[in-house]
Design a binder for this molecule. Structure first.
Ligand code: ADP
Ligand code: MG
Length: 243
């Protein structure tokens, strides 16, 4: 469903993404791991043009974009097919939980406000936050805020949800509820690309784990293979430090 070919992104002449090739099946759950500064966030951000890639092709469904020559309408179409969950939630502070989830439906999808709010209510119910519809982010726990962030991504009905370290900003007590919601989405076979340091989540939930270093995919495979029998010395070295 998703096909990335030879994606390159340079900052100040440095190739932070150095020729990424990646295919993702519909319903596949992929976890990306690797040392910090290795290009994981840049990969996710390039997939929906939060950063503009310098070279390469991104295909999602029937939409194919040549990164170097992407037109504005193609970029907008690509963004509609991808949803992003940020490490720091990135909620609108002056909007309620309900409004945060409904906002994209109103502004991007041009749904009438009443229908968008009704859909946002359904989502709040499915993520266990129906009673927080009218709460502002500041009055929610970190875990609740991130669940709203995930609810917003669910509302977009994107082909893939991109998670960039969704639990890294959370106090330890809130991590599990966010991972539980992500597991719920995985059970529903929502296609997901997840950058995380939560190795047990990768082990339990991922169909495939990708190890990145230096802007490249070094090794990938099912979690059983990558964690128990890594082939590349760089993967082994990384896993020794984090496991
Ligand atoms: P990771 O998410 O794996 O920690 P990043 O994708 O955030 O890594 O960053 C990869 C490299 O790109 C780092 O060296 C970082 O400093 C650099 N980088 C990221 N964003 C920018 C930017 N906007 N301008 C310049 N350099 C950047
Ligand atoms: Mg990062």
């Amino acid at each position: 469903m998703i096909n990335v070919r030879h994606l390159i992104k340079r900052f100040d002449g440095n190739a932070v993404l150095d020729g990424i090739d990646l295919s993702i099946e519909q319903g596949e759950i992929i976890v990306v791991i690797g040392p910090s500064g290795t290009g994981k966030s840049t990969l996710l951000r390039c997939l929906n043009f939060l950063e503009k890639p310098d070279e390469g092709h991104i295909t999602i469904g029937d939409l194919s974009v040549d990164a170097a020559h992407a037109r504005r309408d193609e970029i907008l179409a690509l963004r509609r097919r991808t949803a992003f969950v940020f490490q720091n939630y990135a909620l609108f502070a002056n909007k309620t939980a309900l409004e945060n989830i409904a906002e994209g439906l109103i502004v991007v999808n041009r749904w009438p406000k009443k229908i968008a709010h009704s859909r946002a209510h359904e989502i709040l119910t499915s993520i266990g936050l129906a009673d927080k519809a009218d709460a502002y982010p500041a009055s929610l726990s970190g875990g609740q805020q991130q669940r709203v962030g995930i609810g917003r991504a669910m509302a977009a009905q994107a082909d893939v949800i991109l998670f960039d370290e969704p639990t890294s900003s959370l106090d330890p007590e809130w991590v599990e509820e966010v991972l539980a919601l992500m597991k719920q989405l995985a059970t529903e076979r929502q296609t997901m690309l997840v950058v995380t340091h939560e190795m047990s989540f990768a082990q339990d939930v991922a169909d495939r784990v990708i190890f990145m270093e230096g802007g490249r995919i070094v090794e990938q495979g099912p979690p059983s293979q990558l964690f128990q029998a890594p082939e590349d010395p760089r993967t082994r070295d990384f896993l020794r430090k984090v496991l």
